[in-house]
Design a binder for this molecule. Structure first.
Ligand code: SAM
Length: 253
């Protein structure tokens, strides 16, 4: 029976063979890589990948698609049914290479879930809404530089690889998509990710206000060399890391 695309699961299936080939070329899988695909759908990327690796883990939420994937009858395809947001990555062989044409409706929470699990990850290659990729890769001073840019760039090398038009999908989404490559940085100076998240969130909570205003309950000008009369969008990722380190100094006992 034909599967009808479900909006609530963000289903836009890749059908353009040339685009699929380009994505596989970016991933460049090696036979022994521990690959995890999030949202394999009808297998547009899964099938070509299966031909190249020893085994491929996939996590898919839609039970109808699980049946379709099982019917491929591939021994090297390990299917997990469930929500990728709740999936425990430590149950899989590590370190992982994570890939996926991600459901756009959950892309931000999924990126943050993966951020928390970055110690188990070698790299990640994702298809996302183009605007989201642009925000992830944005530089300070630009209008789209914000919480997502700082959180991603503090922990990953972020590279936008290429743009994909809506016509590559069925059904076609309303917006352009883009392939992004994420590689965890070898080391980060962030001491406490929870505190860092709190500071970045507070700093961008009111974009028009100064940092002095936004960070009132967290840091004063006397406690940091960063100029708090600036707005959050003017600070580099390193400046945010310095703010977090300064906060930590105040709260050491
Ligand atoms: N990879 C396929 C392709 O490129 O044609 C499908 C991509 S489609 C944009 C997103 C896929 O993610 C769908 O198969 C959808 O059912 C699945 N999905 C949506 N929400 C999910 C979740 N929370 N956990 C796991 N899979 C999810």
């Amino acid at each position: 029976m034909a599967h009808k695309a479900r909006k609530r699961f963000g289903q836009n299936f890749l059908t353009d063979k040339a685009v699929i080939e380009r994505i596989i070329a970016v991933i460049a899988p090696k036979f022994d890589d521990n690959l995890l695909e999030i949202g394999p759908g009808k297998g547009a990327m899964t099938l070509p990948l299966l031909a190249q690796v020893r085994q491929l883990n996939v996590i898919e939420i839609d039970r109808d698609l699980i049946v379709l994937l099982q019917n491929f009858g591939k021994d090297n395809l390990l299917i997990h049914q469930g929500d990728a947001l709740k999936f425990d990555l430590s149950t899989l062989p590590n370190p992982l290479r994570v890939i996926g044409n991600l459901p756009y409706n959950i892309s931000s929470p999924l990126l943050f879930h993966l951020l928390e699990n970055r110690d188990k990850v070698v790299d990640m290659t994702f298809m996302l809404q183009k605007e989201v990729v642009q925000r992830m890769a944005a530089a300070p001073g630009s209008k789209i530089y914000g919480r997502l840019s700082v959180m991603m760039q503090a922990f990953f090398q972020v590279d936008m690889i290429f743009i994909v038009a809506p016509s590559a999908f069925e059904p076609a989404p309303k917006v352009d998509s883009a392939i992004v490559y994420l590689k965890p940085l070898a080391k980060t100076e962030v001491k406490n990710i929870v505190v860092f998240t709190k500071i970045v969130k507070a700093a961008f909570s009111q974009r028009r206000k100064t940092l002095r205003n936004c960070l009132k309950s967290l840091l004063t000008q006397e406690q940091t060399a960063i100029d708090l009369s600036k707005r959050a969008e003017m600070l580099s990722v390193q400046d945010f890391i310095n703010l977090e380190n300064d906060y930590e100094k105040q709260h050491q006992n």
